[in-house]
Design a protein around this ligand. Structure first.
Ligand code: 1Q0
Length: 233
């Protein structure tokens, strides 16, 4: 991502990408899905260098899927050129890495999904992001539900993490997470972050974001479930 583009986190941008992701009755578009993660990285960067590790991990996961999509696009373009397609300007879009379901079906058909050992694929990478998304959704929801004076964001972040993502993390990653929670700002930060004029407005925005995440999460969950991919190593 170029430093010349807007690097500032905006809840509206995040919401825009999240709402653009669901497509058809049960699918999720990968471009806006990954763009949503870009927005979350911007948020994490506002929390300072302690979040570098987390941002890096998200960046590394999103770039794995982006590189696969890019390679696919180049392959299709080359194929079209080789066949000297009379169609001329046929779009290279519409390949395997357009949506969650198209990726799953293509990678399965090509034998790229390894169910027994760690082999990098779009599907196993998506599963990692997907698990983190559940945590994020629960966290934002708890932040919205909890009224003033309740638990601190750091505590809610920790509690929801332990319930969800921590189940999939090793001992050392969990230690790193505990450190990261200490960088979690107070509620006032979130009010400023979403540019809310009142606490009620923050709650509404948090509900909208967590609702949009929920929609994306549920669709992805169902697709993973249907393809038996909920435990890819
Ligand atoms: C805001 C506080 C965040 C605290 C984050 C702690 C997260 C845990 C630390 C993660 C370090 C990453 C080390 C590597 C982990 C991998 O082992 C793991 C599995 O991958 P693999 O290839 O080894 O099988 N990777 C993952 O689980 C990927 C997910 C990483 C965590 C993603 C965290 C996303 C957090 C976003 C917070 C945004 C809050 C947004 C608020 C918006 C308000 C409108």
């Amino acid at each position: 991502s170029s430093p010349f583009f807007c690097q500032k986190f905006q809840a509206g941008d995040l919401l825009k990408h999240l709402q653009a992701a669901p497509v058809l009755a049960n699918d999720v578009l990968l471009k806006p899905y990954l763009a949503s993660w870009d927005e979350l990285i911007k948020f994490l960067k506002t929390l300072g260098p302690i979040m570098g590790l987390v941002s890096q991990e998200i960046e590394s996961k999103t770039s794995i899927i982006r590189k696969l999509a890019q390679k696919e696009e180049e392959d299709i373009k080359r194929l079209l050129r080789e066949r000297q397609s009379e169609a001329g300007q046929v779009s290279a879009e519409g390949g395997a890495y357009v949506s969650v379901r198209s990726m799953m079906e293509a990678e399965l058909a090509r034998g790229l999904v390894d169910f027994t050992q760690l082999t990098v694929s779009g599907c196993r990478t998506l599963l990692r992001l997907h698990r983190a998304l559940l945590w994020l959704q629960l966290f934002l929801q708890s932040l919205a539900d909890e009224d003033e004076g309740g638990c601190s964001p750091a505590q809610l972040c920790r509690d929801t993490y332990r319930l969800t993502l921590a189940q999939h993390h090793t001992f050392w990653v969990k230690q790193a997470a505990e450190l990261a929670f200490k960088a979690m700002p107070e509620r006032a930060f979130f009010h400023r972050l979403v540019c809310a004029k009142t606490p009620v407005e923050t709650v509404i925005i948090l509900h909208m974001v967590s609702g949009a995440i929920g929609e994306v999460y549920n669709r992805t969950q169902l697709a993973l479930e249907e393809h038996g991919m909920l435990a890819l190593p």
